[in-house]
Write a protein that binds this ligand. Structure first.
Ligand code: AHM
Ligand code: MG
Length: 338
């Protein structure tokens, strides 16, 4: 974006999207704007680091048995507080909370459900590496009176919006409402989100992959075969050299893939046969899969399109293969052959 180019704010973008394509009703726009505002507050806290006394462990475990960092807890509180009073939500669910958070009685209840991973990439918080927030928006089922966990258990294909913020060298917000993917950069001086990339597209082919290779000995045969072939480079069956990147923050890995292509994998492995991977379907895989598909990429769990999975529980885990379409189809094919 050149210095003189006309700046389009998130608000203007959403209003025009509604006017032109009818995809962002007023209530949904308000909801997205409140989430974006909360991300601004989180970005500010992250940016203070040690000066804000926000680093380190909070000394408690979350529902998944993971030790929560102070910033995990703070980000969760920021999102809950910001979204309680607006009147557009019926309930929220978070990776950091055991069960759902209904909107308190003192506020009006709206028709949307919001899910989030308040601070993704927790292992990178204390070492000043990019982290982020991931969110997903569903419509509450028709006729719902009091929200329950079951109301959230809708396949990802039902999402009406999804997005993530990356707190990195720049703070960016990537958003889809089902009509392509756009990126907004936080203007830190003005405090506003400015549209900086329209209609992001993931190249269908790539020479870059992302996987935590320290788990290689535990991988199942289809993943072993796929990675082994990538690593053989030009003289191997794939006939080209591949490069590897692993940030250990899904938000940052997915953001790279949206910008220049690649495949991101977090497979199930043989360590815990009953645990299908590390990542959570509702807070991580579904929103990212919606974004990736809207940018022309693909997302599967090895055998099935992630957005078609019928969730069985709020904190369910899932294997994830997403990014450049041809590579995702390649590794999915190896699972189907197995
Ligand atoms: P978190 O939500 O607790 O931060 O965990 C999810 C993160 C992803 O962002 C990332 O892709 C993955 O866990 C990294 O896992 P690993 O520690 O195996 O590298
Ligand atoms: Mg996460």
């Amino acid at each position: 974006m050149t210095a003189n180019a006309k700046r389009i704010s998130l608000t203007q973008y959403l209003v025009e999207e509604q006017r032109l394509h009818n995809t962002v009703p007023g209530e949904l726009r308000l909801l997205i704007e409140v989430v974006a505002r909360a991300c601004k507050t989180i970005s500010h806290a992250v940016g203070k680091g040690a000066l804000g006394e926000v680093l380190g462990s909070a000394g408690i475990e979350n529902v998944q048995g993971e030790v929560q960092k102070k910033l995990d807890v703070l980000s969760n509180e920021i999102l809950l507080e910001a979204n309680e009073w607006g009147g557009h939500l019926a309930a929220m669910a978070s990776e950091e909370m055991e069960t759902i958070h209904p909107i308190p009685n003192r506020y009006p209840m709206g028709e949307y459900l919001l899910l989030f991973d308040p601070l993704d990439g927790s292992s990178n918080i204390d070492v000043n590496v990019s982290i982020g927030t991931i969110f997903s928006v569903l419509k509450a089922p028709e006729g719902m009176v009091t929200p329950t966990e079951e109301d959230f258990l809708q396949p990802g294909a039902k999402q009406v919006a999804a997005g993530y913020a990356v707190y990195g060298p720049q703070t960016v917000l990537v958003l889809t409402t089902g009509d392509g993917v756009n990126c907004f950069t936080l203007d830190r001086e003005m405090g506003s989100w400015v549209l900086t990339q329209r209609n992001m597209q993931i190249p269908v082919d790539t020479k870059e992959y992302a996987i935590n290779a320290s788990n290689a000995r535990h991988w199942y045969p289809p993943v072993q075969r796929y990675i082994n072939e990538l690593q053989q480079g030009k003289t191997g069956p794939r006939g080209k050299d591949f490069n590897m990147r692993w940030i250990a923050s899904m938000v940052a890995d997915v953001h790279r893939i949206l910008n220049r292509g690649g495949i991101f994998m977090y497979p199930a492995d043989a360590r815990e046969p009953n645990k299908p991977g590390k990542l959570r379907l509702m807070y991580e895989a579904n929103p990212m899969s919606f974004i990736v598909e809207q940018a022309g990429g693909a997302a599967t769990n090895g055998t099935q399109r992630i957005l078609d999975i019928q969730p069985e529980s709020l904190h369910q885990r899932v294997a994830v293969f997403l990014g450049s379409k041809n590579e995702v189809e390649h590794v999915t094919g190896y699972h189907r052959d197995a």
